[in-house]
Design a protein around this ligand. Structure first.
Ligand code: SF4
Length: 368
């Protein structure tokens, strides 16, 4: 008999399982709460449950669908990258990042999850895109990445998890059912507000319309990367099916429906999308959609001819965004293994854009 993943099992299912072993129904509620404790790593750690029941449940329920196969640290241990092994031997990457409280901002701990093993979108600048799509993750695999990351933070005296971003491997809106089911569990069982969950999409327009109607409104980030169809067709091949006009309309519709401010992500690639024309196009689109802009200078990936722009070109590009709400995530110097090939959150530094188009000095940060 195959085991039921405990993290995504419905309350009624857990009650049936628990009472099937002669225990009271309240044990199911205890179990459901306990699996979200970062120090609980096996069924046997749930000491509220009688030992006999723990043993019986371990046969029937799968405590986690992911196993941490490798763990690396950066940023003085405040960033942890996990290689999560799934039951079929596939692996995905998960990143956990802690940002200490600062004046005007609270402490946050963000987990970046993968929604697919590989990705079918095939953005040519992305390490994950080169893999092609092997399969989508299950909802339990996404949720269990958050639990594994929560445990990794806890072991370092960090956490609890306050934010989740679907920005790791894969296109979360192509794995729509997985994304929605895992979102619902994170909100209902992990207690993470949808406002603190970001779904990042390369532009699956019909799914954006659908998401707007789900009644669970995460923040939506659109990986724009180009402000003309001609260039975006090359950088984000999905654009050929869902061109910019329809994508921006869908994003604006989502913002209207949910009251959430959109984010536009822009991976800045030297000599490719760092022209003044592209910058002005981005400014116009962001102004129209009232979107926050997140600029991520590209990292080199092995044997790719593309890379980040030089500092002067970057400054000139950012200068065109004067007056916009812009965040720059400086990933230069990051290692070559971050989750989505480009997010490279592990070693990111956040800088802010000054009104004159120059950047403030780097400061360590993990917010996205
Ligand atoms: S950038 Fe994102 S959408 Fe594009 S190939 Fe990589 S994982 Fe897929």
């Amino acid at each position: 008999m195959s085991q039921i993943p405990v993290s995504t099992a419905a309350a009624e299912t857990l009650t049936d399982v628990v009472t099937g072993h002669g225990a009271s129904a309240f044990r199911a509620a205890q179990l459901r709460r306990a699996v979200w404790q970062p120090f609980v790593v096996t069924m046997d750690d749930i000491h509220q449950l009688p030992a006999g029941l723990r043993g019986a449940l371990a046969n029937e329920l799968q405590f986690s669908t992911v196993t941490v196969a490798a763990e690396t640290e950066a940023d003085a241990g405040r960033t942890v990258k996990l290689l999560c092994r799934l039951d079929d031997g596939q692996t995905v990457e998960t990143v956990a990042m802690e940002t200490p409280a600062r004046e005007g901002s609270r402490r946050r701990a963000t987990v970046c999850v993968s929604s697919q093993v590989g990705c079918a979108v095939g953005c040519p600048f992305c390490a994950t895109g080169r893999m092609g799509l092997l399969r989508s993750c299950t909802a339990a695999e996404v949720v269990d990445q958050v639990r594994a990351a929560s445990g990794a933070l806890h072991r370092r005296g960090l956490g609890p998890v306050t934010h989740v971003v679907y920005m790791g491997m894969g296109e979360p809106l192509a794995a729509y059912d997985t994304t929605i089911a895992s979102l619902r569990v994170l909100v209902a069982d992990a207690g993470i507000s949808a406002r603190r969950i970001t779904v990042s999409t390369s532009g699956v327009v019909p799914a954006i319309h659908r998401l707007a109607q789900e009644g669970i409104a995460p923040t939506l980030a659109i990986s724009l990367h180009a402000s003309s169809d001609e260039l975006r067709d090359r950088l984000v091949p999905l654009n050929r099916a869902h061109p910019l006009a329809s994508l921006i309309e869908a994003g604006m519709g989502y913002a209207r429906q949910t009251g959430r401010r959109l984010t536009f992500e822009w991976c800045l690639i030297g000599g490719v999308n760092d022209s003044m024309e592209q910058a002005r196009g981005l400014r116009d689109l962001a102004a129209r959609a009232h979107a926050h802009v997140n600029v991520i200078p590209m990292n080199h990936i092995d044997d790719s001819p593309w890379g980040p722009p030089d500092r002067r070109a970057e400054r000139a590009f950012l200068g065109q965004l004067d007056g916009m709400v812009v965040t720059v995530r400086d990933t230069r110097g990051a290692d070559g293994e971050a989750a989505c090939g480009q997010l490279r959150a592990a070693l990111e530094q956040r800088r802010s854009l000054r009104p004159d188009g120059t950047l403030s000095p780097p400061r360590r940060a993990a917010a996205v």
